[in-house]
Design a protein around this ligand. Structure first.
Ligand code: CMC
Length: 428
């Protein structure tokens, strides 16, 4: 197989090395193309651009495969342990018993926020967007731990990761309580990661929230399935911000902002709003599908389609089953699930969606599960943040540990005015 491809333009040649990944994917390294030929490549939305080489997550979008550090995500379903998967993503292998125990202790020790941070929560209006609070609070916790801004080795990374992964859960719970005007509930060191989140969200000072093991497992699974997805918009943001050697906390805070949008993590909110709109009778599922197909409408079938998956998103398959299990366990008959099933059936039999290879993605069923657990719609994307944080940390670390990392600085093709001159204000 050729290991170099020559590109000749106007008599100038660039030798582009062929990069081959461990799953046989091929890429052309065009990093010297401009120096050799004067040309850059243009790829809006980066659909055909590899921004880095990464050993964290593998996706085959055509076959619907997703693996974390080589392990198919289906293998986490039977033993859902988000903390274990977080460590796997960040450090590259499954933790040994003692390592997992040490990391769990670190998570427990770091669950509390500095008391001064309560004032930060107080400063937000009750109408504040939870994602705005979350992003701001990640930078705020960084202010209390600036010695861990740029971890220098694995023990320091583990400490920084434990603080972020533990405190994001407390931030999420406090955000929920603040917006509702409820008293803050502190973490209980005897509870595991997901149970503690639900405790801090739903217990009252006089009434402990009882956490069912199946619901705890479902939350673990949701977080695991969101934990990493290679170079998606928010992870690329974290890497881009981190490439300037901005600190880990600031880079993750930026990731939250990227995740917020409805084409990315915010889609889980948009899915629920779509299902509710149909349920309230404004539209039928059939009419919604017709609207989503029209090019003169800005409506999309939310929770459908993916830049990489041109097949059923394996996360959606797992979540569909989890959704049914959770509703059964909680004895909930949610009409929104029926609407979701109907939309899926219509779309999968409609040539518009079939031809464009649009399938349900991770956001299509996750919201129905979160709603059944009692999590309000405006907190859904914050739940996505909790899940995605280990992935962001893993990518930030991978990039930070690589001595060849360069600042991310794409080029452009300028299309603006040329040869203009300044005109003084009184002459315009
Ligand atoms: N409903 C209707 N049409 C769609 C949809 C959809 N959900 N998604 C894509 N299309 C159409 C799109 O209009 C275009 O049609 P045409 O070729 O006729 O112009 C074609 O499919 C390709 O779409 P695209 O926007 O060029 O594809 P993309 O890879 O840039 O976008 C996406 C991917 C996820 C942003 C898009 O599918 C979408 O907006 N989906 C709905 C939002 C959503 O569910 N987002 C969550 C993604 S998964 C979790 C995450 O990443 O956070």
């Amino acid at each position: 197989m050729t290991s170099t491809i020559s590109i000749s333009i106007d008599g100038k040649t660039c030798e582009c090395p062929m990069i081959i990944g461990s799953e046989g994917e091929r890429a052309l390294d065009i990093s010297h193309l401009r120096a050799a030929t004067g040309l850059i490549t243009l790829d809006p939305g980066y659909g055909n651009t590899g921004s880095c080489q990464s050993a964290i997550t593998y996706i085959d979008g055509e076959k619907g495969i997703l693996r974390y550090r080589g392990i198919p995500i289906q293998e986490f379903v039977e033993h859902p342990n988000f903390v274990e998967v977080a460590w796997l993503l960040i450090f590259g292998r499954l933790p040994k018993k003692a390592e997992l125990a040490r990391f769990s202790v670190r998570l427990t020790d770091n669950a509390h926020l500095h008391e001064a941070m309560k004032h930060n929560f107080e400063g937000f209006p009750a109408t504040a967007q939870p994602m705005a609070i979350t992003s701001a609070m990640i930078n705020t916790i960084g202010c209390f731990h600036s010695e861990l801004f740029l971890p220098r080795d694995d023990p320091e990374t583990e400490e920084a990761a434990a603080r972020l992964i533990s405190k994001i859960r407390t931030i999420a719970a406090f955000t929920y309580r603040k917006v509702r005007g409820l008293p803050y509930i502190y973490a209980n060191p005897r509870l595991r990661y997901c149970a503690n989140l639900l405790h801090m969200m739903f217990s009252m000072p006089y009434d402990e929230h009882v956490i069912d093991k199946e619901i705890e497992d479902a939350m673990n699974l949701i977080f695991i399935l969101h934990a990493d997805h290679e170079q998606n918009c928010s992870t690329s943001t974290v890497r881009m911000v981190g490439s300037s050697q901005a600190n880990l906390f600031a880079s993750c805070a930026a990731g939250v902002c990227a995740l917020w949008g409805p084409r990315h993590g915010g889609a889980n909110v948009a899915v629920l709003e779509m299902l509710e709109r149909i349920h309230q009778g404004g539209l039928t599922a059939e009419k919604y599908i017709e609207l989503a197909k029209r090019k003169d409408s800005d409506v999309r079938l939310m929770g459908f389609g993916h830049r990489v998956y041109k097949n059923y998103d394996p996360r959606a398959r797992i979540l569909q089953k989890t959704c049914e299990k959770v509703l059964k366990k909680l004895k909930i008959k949610d009409p929104l699930l029926d609407i979701a099933r109907k939309l899926e059936e219509l779309a999968l039999n409609d040539s518009y969606f079939v031809e464009r290879k649009l399938y349900p993605n991770v956001d299509f069923y996750s919201g129905i599960i979160l709603r059944a657990v009692g999590i309000p719609t405006n907190m859904f994307t914050v739940m996505f943040v909790i899940g995605r944080l280990p992935g962001w940390i893993a990518h930030w670390k991978e990039q930070h540990d690589d001595p060849t990392t360069k600042i991310a600085r794409p080029r452009q093709i300028y299309t603006g005015l040329v040869n203009q001159h300044y005109v003084p204000l009184d002459q315009r």
